[in-house]
Design a protein around this ligand. Structure first.
Ligand code: ATP
Length: 212
């Protein structure tokens, strides 16, 4: 049975924290593909520093040899805020039977109950939540209760008969304490980005004078 991982984010820029998580979650959940979905106007945060096209270029450079990764440009093509629920409704029409696994770090999950139509999101996809370095996020009681109600084991995720949506999987990945915020800060203070992200992405940032 085909299974698709969905990785939404700003990717401003994409870095090894994203890439290593995608690879490990693909292996742990036996996914057929991981679909990176860069957002255009994230509803929850400041406008990205790099343009939509630059963020897309960087993703293409980072994923050029990752045959299991696909870049889904639908949110970038929209001028409106990117609402995950609407993206999922569109994806569900394209892939009616396929189990979806929406990846998010624990930092992102801790605000999940503020997302637009968040309860509907769980009717459209499973969630895969990864602890982040530093961890220790206190979850709102609503989300604690949600986990209690919906948490399933990875073994259940890879069983032959699997539902398309509705469960929460908490899966550890190698903890790489890298964030796009940190990377942008390094550029601004004229420090090296080497070994935090793929070299072609580092060169692109330099050539385009990004994040200065
Ligand atoms: P920023 O620092 O600008 O907030 P970010 O590095 O957290 O950016 P995003 O594009 O906002 O990256 O993140 C997209 C998703 O990737 C989120 O669910 C986030 O939790 C996850 N993520 C980001 N960095 C890591 C990392 N180092 N390890 C695991 N997951 C990560």
């Amino acid at each position: 049975m085909r299974r698709i991982g969905l990785f939404g984010g700003t990717f401003d820029p994409v870095h090894y924290g994203h890439l290593r998580s995608a690879l490990e979650l693909r292996e742990a959940l036996d996914l057929h593909e991981v679909r990176f979905i860069p957002c255009h106007h994230p509803p929850h945060r400041d406008t990205p520093a790099a343009s939509a096209n630059q963020r897309l270029d960087m993703l293409k450079l980072a994923l050029s040899d990752a045959e299991f990764c696909v870049i889904d440009e639908r949110e970038l093509a929209s001028e409106r805020p990117s609402y995950t629920v609407e993206t999922l409704i569109a994806l569900r029409q394209e892939f009616p039977q396929v189990p979806f696994y929406w990846f998010m770090g624990m930092d992102a999950f801790s605000g999940f109950n503020t997302w637009h139509r968040w309860t509907e999101i769980l009717e459209l996809t499973h969630l895969v939540v990864t602890p982040r370095p530093g961890g220790g996020q206190i979850l709102p009681s609503e989300l604690e209760a949600l986990i209690k109600d919906r948490q399933a084991s990875i073994g259940q995720a890879t069983e032959k008969v699997i539902s398309q949506a509705g469960s929460i999987f908490i899966q550890a990945v190698t903890q790489l304490d890298i964030s796009a915020t940190h990377i942008r800060g390094l550029v601004a203070s004229n420090r090296s980005l080497r070994y935090l992200l793929p070299e072609p992405v580092r060169q692109y940032i330099e050539e385009e004078n990004l994040y200065l």
